[in-house]
Design a protein around this ligand. Sequence first.
Ligand code: SF4
Length: 260
Amino acid sequence: MRRDGPDDAGYPARSAPGCGALGELETKLVDCRACPRLVAWREQVAVVKRSSFRDWEYWARPVPGFGPADAPLALIGLAPAAHGGNRTGRIFTGDPSGEVLYAALYEVGLASQPTATHRGDGLALHGVRITVPVHCAPPDNRPSVGERDTCRPWLARELELLRPGLRVVVALGGFAWQALLPVLADAGWSLPRPRPKFGHGAQVLLTDARSGRDLYLLGCYHPSQRNVSTHTLTVPMLHTVLRHAAQLAGVTGPGPRGTP
Ligand code: SF4
């Protein structure tokens, strides 16, 4: 292991803060190998594959955020799915969570189509960017606290680059909420004390003391297969949060479906 290369734990903290644009951030991110357990898993999954995807050449690298660089609304998930984003190279693409999420985004006018199957499928997002606190697929969808913290500089920089136009951040699940709070606090957003708790429908107004600007933090259950199959999160619940978030963010035109 080189101590100054992409396979040492300091790579994200060294590389992310200096990125001046999302494209540069993505270029550096996809080389990251800072978490040995996750690197081993993402690559092992790509070799073993799922039988239904045996003809695929898996992405098997960190999966960047997706959506316009000037989005006023950001959705924060958990991590790529082993046979979803880790296969296709685009977040929430090619897995059951993404089927639910992109269909909902289309329904509320934030996506150009209801399906997400692969990069190059024509999907475009309108006014919303989707990213994750952990950019590599973890075993059992459970990154460790250390892995989350190692990956934090990528999220911190991505949100900082979005900041000029950012109005609303939606945490999809408690993991995203917990990952976001320190990132937002470090970025100068005032957080209430005690720290707000995650819940579906939670809404917190944050203020930047320097600029006086506001940012809404919303909570929404993660559209995981489990949450959806147990009706913890229903499609109408997801629509309600996304519509509200788009309204708060001032995303114009989320009216007719598929017209971003
Ligand atoms: S999870 Fe994040 S920090 Fe860890 S290897 Fe992947 S991109 Fe790098």
